[in-house]
Design a protein around this ligand. Sequence first.
Ligand SMILES: [Zn+2]
Ligand SMILES: [Zn+2]
Length: 218
Amino acid sequence: MSPTNTEKEQAKSDGSKDEQIEGEHNEWKFRVPYKVHDKDANFKALYEGGCHCGRVKYQLSREAPLSAKYCHCSTCQVLHGAPFQWAAIFHKEDINFTHGHHDLGWYESSEKTTKHKLPCKVSCAYCRSPIMDEGRNMILLFPSLIKFKEGEKKKFDPSCHMFYGNRLVDIKDGLPKWTGLDGKSELIEDSPPELVKKRKREVEEEENEEKEGKSAKA
Ligand SMILES: [Zn+2]
Ligand SMILES: [Zn+2]
């Protein structure tokens, strides 16, 4: 969808230059999650975050992420230069880039391209701080970039570790630990025992259903 003239006028009055907003290659700047929300519209800014150099700044309108997790997969380890990644899931409508969406860069890890191809990593093109992962429907923000006020951070507490089978460090925090994707792999190490039992039952049920399905077909 092309931006409307009002949207373009708004961008210009906010200081964007013609070459930053005109043309098809700039249309993504007017779509979620990159769209700058109208100042008068009811976007309620509850949190603020930004990259290290300060070129990229954003606000969030949702009080708590839909979910938050630690990911120990090797892609996250390399792309973040860290033993694991902390991600908080939001809707694309929940973010407002108040500054610097012209300074964003992309990376799509399966094709290793810097074109805007989903799902991709989004970072500051100047200081290279990772900003978020943009999925097809959701965004995964990195809460380390948010300036939390007292008591706010706990709303972003992770619910589990995923790809823990690939970990570089042991984290003995009693949270559920999945070997791969959460809910779709095995629970290991110091996962809560009752969850491990529950998961075992689920897997057994799935296997039984599969067997029954096969014998029904036979
Ligand atoms: Zn930056
Ligand atoms: Zn990962």
